[in-house]
Design a protein around this ligand. Structure first.
Ligand SMILES: *Cc1c(COP(=O)(O)O)cnc(C)c1O
Length: 231
């Protein structure tokens, strides 16, 4: 019988073996993506030792946060951000991976409570040039990073990407490499970044090989999601 706890141990072992096999020098952490999964499932993963969880939908996340108040979870917001949700996100999350415009960053900054640590943020970059996907174009990164760095209640940590899904490992590699190049280019400009959030259940080994520091894993840990109720 495979339990959530077995799957967690398997994923953590895979992360370490890929890191060793590819001689990836960076530290890698797992973000457990719990969208569409119950508070009970999150509690089980937490009890097995995983304390960072990612959610995509504000209302769904707030319900679970209420039910899990007794746990010391670090909550990451990883979904598309509507401007009318920025206040709740700034109040109820430690991290936001999906910033893709200055207006959203400013609203998060303005709403971040002064008695909390600065909100830890990543800019979402779109290397596949798909109009339907979130994220800023690589050529717009430096100016957005400069503007975000000036916001006192936000701490810019790095980049996040969701490359176009493909079963072809070479295409996965090419896409992650492009994200990595964007990250390296920003660091070369002097931004003190330490976070490259990329890789999901189907492609995280190659993301690690290409420098991911956070892999965001949902279905490989929790099992497949039922049809989303948000569409
Ligand atoms: C759902 C989601 C994930 C996890 O995807 P899996 O394929 O289930 O691992 C990671 N990142 C983002 C932004 C997501 O929306």
């Amino acid at each position: 019988m495979t339990t959530i706890s077995n799957r967690l141990q398997d994923i953590l072992a895979t992360i370490q073996s890929i890191k060793a096999a590819t001689q990836a020098p960076q530290a890698i952490s797992l973000l457990a993506v719990s969208k569409a999964h119950s508070s009970q499932a999150i509690r089980e993963v937490y009890t097995a030792g995983q304390h960072a969880f990612g959610e995509n939908y504000v209302q769904e996340a707030l319900e679970k946060q209420g039910e899990l108040e007794d746990l010391e979870i670090t909550w990451h917001f990883i979904g598309p951000i509507q401007s009318n949700k920025t206040q709740l996100i700034a109040q109820h999350f430690s991290w936001v991976h999906s910033i893709d415009r200055l207006k959203i960053a400013q609203r998060l900054n303005d709403a971040r409570p002064t008695d909390s640590d600065p909100l830890q943020v990543c800019i979402q970059v779109n290397i596949s040039n798909e109009a339907t996907k979130g994220g800023v174009k690589p050529e717009e990164l430096a100016s957005l990073a400069t503007a975000i760095s000036a916001l006192p209640r936000l701490k810019l940590r790095g980049l996040m990407a969701i490359p176009a899904p493909t079963p072809d490992p070479e295409q996965q590699r090419t896409q992650f490499k492009q994200v990595r190049q964007c990250y390296d280019a920003l660091k070369a400009k002097g931004f003190p970044l330490d976070t490259l959030s990329m890789g999901m259940s189907d492609d995280y080994p190659i993301a690690i090989e290409q420098g991911a520091t956070i892999v965001r894993i949902g279905s490989a840990l929790f099992g497949s999601r039922l049809q989303s109720q948000h569409d």
